[in-house]
Design a protein around this ligand. Structure first.
Ligand code: NAP
Ligand code: HSE
Length: 423
């Protein structure tokens, strides 16, 4: 028998306990040994939980217990979780975590500390989809050209409801929270940070890049307006919070998270609700696509338990080296600068409806090196209109300068709206 201590018995922790019991027969058969969760850590001992394990509020009851073989960290947050995982590894425990925020800041250090001991985190990216396994093992013969997709279930759930049902932002966020999808602080979801944490984990494995969230372009969904949703629909686009890692034309790694307009005919546009989707392009395998539940207790616990079963089979030892986690890959690829990112853009400019305005807008865009691909004018009220523009490919810094100059020239009546277009 292997004994498991669970640090954090919330949405995911409770599901882990329940599935270990409900699927005990196949889990034991596949692990080759019985896996038993015996103790869990919570902060509020008075809260009712649907589990049959002993509870404590002291992590040391697990970390200092020599009979515990595997520590599962499901408490979330960075600092306390870092302390807990470090101590567990120092005490020779195998560790499984779903904590992408922790990994976004401490992944290399913790992996090094783990050495030959198991340190696994499949559930940290895309909930139930085994994407880490796919990148680390299944695609390990490939140079990874790009990783492209939807990595935050909360945002995808919210955007789907806002676009398909006209749902209110605050109400639909509260729904995602009550369904157990959102982070304890949902700003991590809607601000794009949670998806960025996941992106950094994948980029570490694929490229050996050791970047921090501060180094990459992160934009959330907070500013997506009803007007933009309306026009996106009218022109046959969907809006998704996209997570992109790709090798650019200068052979640098471009990492970014932001809402994007994608054509309704794109497969990823059809991935709705809490589902995540990731397209990985390998130089030899071509495109592989992964779709599944990206958040929620049971889906996430499925990935946590897969790691536990794997550890049981291997007898606690380290899995195959974590590629980029141990060895710099791809000859030390550099991270592309945020300002040098190149893509196409949609702009919505609320302007006075009078002669000369359009010419001035076109001049400011042209002076910044931006070439307009399409332009449509929609009436706003008697005196003003929305100018809807799409651009040819240009640089992030060019669009930023153009938007600043439009505001400085008092050409826009409200803050311009900008959404990147990905095709
Ligand atoms: P959650 O429902 O908030 O559960 C967190 C648990 O940890 C709770 O039991 C909480 O105790 C306990 N805890 C937190 N801080 C503590 C402290 N300082 N001392 C003792 N106990 C503490 O979170 P969750 O949704 O299960 O997520 C857990 C982890 O999995 C996070 O890292 C999250 O990012 C990750 N994850 C979640 C999902 C998902 O869909 N929910 C998916 C993938 C990954 P109380 O219950 O007493 O408050
Ligand atoms: N809050 C995260 C999400 C949980 O919504 O995707 C899964 O990592």
């Amino acid at each position: 028998m292997l004994k498991i201590g669970i640090i954090g018995v919330g949405t995911v922790g409770q599901s882990v306990c329940q599935i270990l019991e409900a699927n005990k027969d196949i889990i034991t058969a596949r692990a080759g040994v019985e896996l038993v969760a015996t103790i869990g850590v919570v902060s509020d001992m008075s809260k009712k939980r649907d589990v049959n394990i002993k509870l404590t509020n002291n992590p040391d009851d697990i970390l200092d217990d020599p009979t515990i073989d595997i520590v599962v960290e499901l408490m979330g947050g960075v600092d306390k979780a870092y302390e807990v995982v470090k101590k567990a590894l120092k005490n020779g425990k195998a560790v499984v975590t779903a904590n992408k925020a922790l990994l976004a800041y401490h992944r290399y250090e913790l992996q090094t500390l783990a050495g030959d001991n198991a340190f696994e985190f499949e559930a940290s990216v895309a909930g139930g989809i085994p994407i880490i396994n796919a990148l680390r093992d299944g695609l390990s013969a490939n140079h990874i050209v790009s990783i492209w997709g939807i990595l935050n279930g909360t945002c995808n759930y919210m955007l789907t409801k806002m676009i398909n049902e006209g749902a209110d932002y605050k109400e639909v966020l509260a729904e995602a929270q009550s369904l157990g999808y959102a982070e304890a602080d949902p700003t991590f979801d809607v601000g794009g940070f949670d998806a960025a944490h996941k992106l950094l984990i994948l980029a570490s494995i694929a490229y050996g890049i050791d970047s921090k969230p501060e180094d990459i372009l992160i934009e959330g969904i907070q500013n997506i307006s009803a007007d933009d949703i309306y026009f996106a629909k009218e022109f046959g686009f969907s809006i998704k919070l996209l997570t992109i890692a790709q090798i650019n034309k200068n052979n640098e790694v471009e990492l970014r998270v932001h809402p994007a307009l994608i054509s309704n005919t794109d497969m990823i546009a059809k991935v709705d609700g809490v589902m995540n989707a990731i397209s990985v392009l390998g130089d030899k395998v071509g495109e592989t696509l992964y779709v599944g539940a990206g958040a929620g207790g049971d889906a996430t616990a499925s990935a946590v338990i897969a790691n536990i079963i794997d550890i049981a089979r291997r007898g606690k030892g380290s899995s195959s080296p974590m590629l980029g986690f141990k060895t710099p890959l791809e000859g030390g690829l550099k991270l592309a600068k945020k300002d040098d990112i190149e893509t196409k853009y949609y702009l919505r400019l609320h302007v006075e409806d009078k002669s000369g305005v359009l010419a001035k807008v076109a001049t400011i865009l042209g002076d910044s090196g931006i070439s307009i691909k399409n332009m449509v004018q929609k009436p706003f009220d008697e005196d003003s209109a929305n100018l809807l523009l799409s651009t040819h490919i240009c640089k992030e810094k060019e669009i930023k300068i153009a938007l600043e100059n439009l505001e400085k020239a008092n050409l826009v009546l409200s803050k311009p709206s900008m959404i990147r277009i990905e095709e």
